[in-house]
Design a protein around this ligand. Structure first.
Ligand SMILES: Cc1cc2nc3c(=O)[nH]c(=O)nc-3n(C[C@H](O)[C@H](O)[C@H](O)COP(=O)(O)OP(=O)(O)OC[C@H]3O[C@@H](n4cnc5c(N)ncnc54)[C@H](O)[C@@H]3O)c2cc1C
Length: 317
């Protein structure tokens, strides 16, 4: 049995940030992740200035490719609305690995399956034992499933289905573009250029609405590609998009139950309007670390619920 004071399940932005913050407070957690890093993560990789602030660095200090958007073009029901702002794009392949390395804590490659409580301690797969257990394993986090599902059942209305692809592409246009309500689409689609000639395009929608209409996300993906080709934003090629589901803001007020915690997508803090989850994952990771180091609840209620505010008024957030 491997003993640790704190075990974090999942080394994505939530888990890695929690580990980094704990380490700074003199506590060394062990991270268990089913994947080794670097790995490809399905995500557009748009982040707000607030993410760097919470990570305690300036954008200049980020050591990998970063693109700054001084404006984002919103296409809403056929109207084109350029919004001046200050937002960034990163590649998750690089960002997640950097966050984890920066945390400088031990990481074990392990797929967590079964968790039980034995007195005051948590036992993971009869192999690991800890006093504090942090669930940062994303949508299907086993810590959520084992301890939190009963008290915070997820609302199916908040389930988002997505499809995206990130390609190496000699960007003709480095403007970030978003499309809303095309064909009454219950979500939005994006064109997010990255540094070093990468491009992420994708689409996300509420599962419940698609199901009711008998539509699939794939139909809308095909529409998006057709539109981007017509706009000369991409060339025709063989597309191999991948899908992933996650939840928009869930009513998890306190991410702590005894000494177990849920953070990031495991808790469902992504913003209601745009599904922005990296910032909320980082913020919830910091709150869990503070609760472990100093005691108290892991309040997630006050994490920002809408992204539009930080796009329209980036200096305020
Ligand atoms: C298509 C798409 C586009 C998105 N675009 C954006 C965007 O542009 N901006 C934004 O802010 N957000 C975006 N999001 C949301 C964002 O990706 C997530 O909210 C964010 O990754 C959450 O971070 P996390 O650390 O909670 O979870 P994750 O990043 O999912 O990390 C979870 C980690 O846990 C590990 N894990 C899972 N299960 C286990 C297990 N059983 N045992 C051990 N390890 C396990 C995984 O390997 C992974 O490393 C997007 C999401 C999707 C699907």
């Amino acid at each position: 049995m491997i003993d640790a004071d704190v075990i974090i399940v999942g080394g994505g932005p939530a888990g890695a940030t929690c580990a980094w913050k704990l380490q700074r407070q003199g506590i060394q957690p062990l991270i268990l992740d089913k994947k080794s890093f670097p790995h490809r993560k399905i995500c557009a990789g748009w982040i707000t200035p607030c993410v760097f602030r919470n990570l305690g660095i300036t954008k200049e200090e980020y050591p990998f490719g970063l693109l700054t958007f001084r404006r984002i073009i919103f296409h809403v029901s056929g109207l084109t609305i350029p919004i001046p702002t200050r937002q960034y794009s990163i590649r998750r392949y690089e960002f997640d690995t950097w966050l984890l390395q920066r945390a400088a804590v031990p990481v074990r490659n392990h797929h967590v399956k079964h968790i039980k409580k034995d007195g005051n301690r948590y036992i993971i797969d009869d192999m690991f034992r800890c006093t504090y257990l942090v669930g940062a394993g994303g949508t299907h986090c086993p810590v959520f499933r084992t301890f939190f599902d009963v008290i915070y059942p997820r609302s199916r209305n908040g389930l988002i289905v997505t499809m995206e692809e990130e390609i190496k592409y000699d960007n003709r246009d480095t403007t970030c573009r978003l499309w809303f309500f095309d064909r009454k689409f219950p979500g939005y689609s994006w064109y997010v250029p990255k540094a070093d000639g990468y491009l992420n395009i994708g689409i996300g929608a509420r599962f419940a609405v698609l199901k009711k209409r008998g539509d699939t996300i794939r139909d809308y993906w095909n529409d998006l590609i057709e539109k981007l080709i017509n706009l000369s934003l991409v060339e025709d090629r063989e597309w191999k998009p991948r899908g992933y589901n996650y939840y928009l803001r869930q009513p998890v007020g306190n991410g702590r139950l005894d000494n177990a915690f849920i953070i990031g997508d495991a808790a469902g803090p992504a913003t209601t309007d745009m599904g922005e989850g990296i910032g909320p994952a980082v913020e919830s990771g910091i709150r869990a670390a503070d609760a472990i180091a100093n005691g108290g609840d892991c309040s997630l209620r006050s994490i920002r619920q809408y992204s539009l505010i930080s796009i329209l008024f980036p200096w305020l957030t």
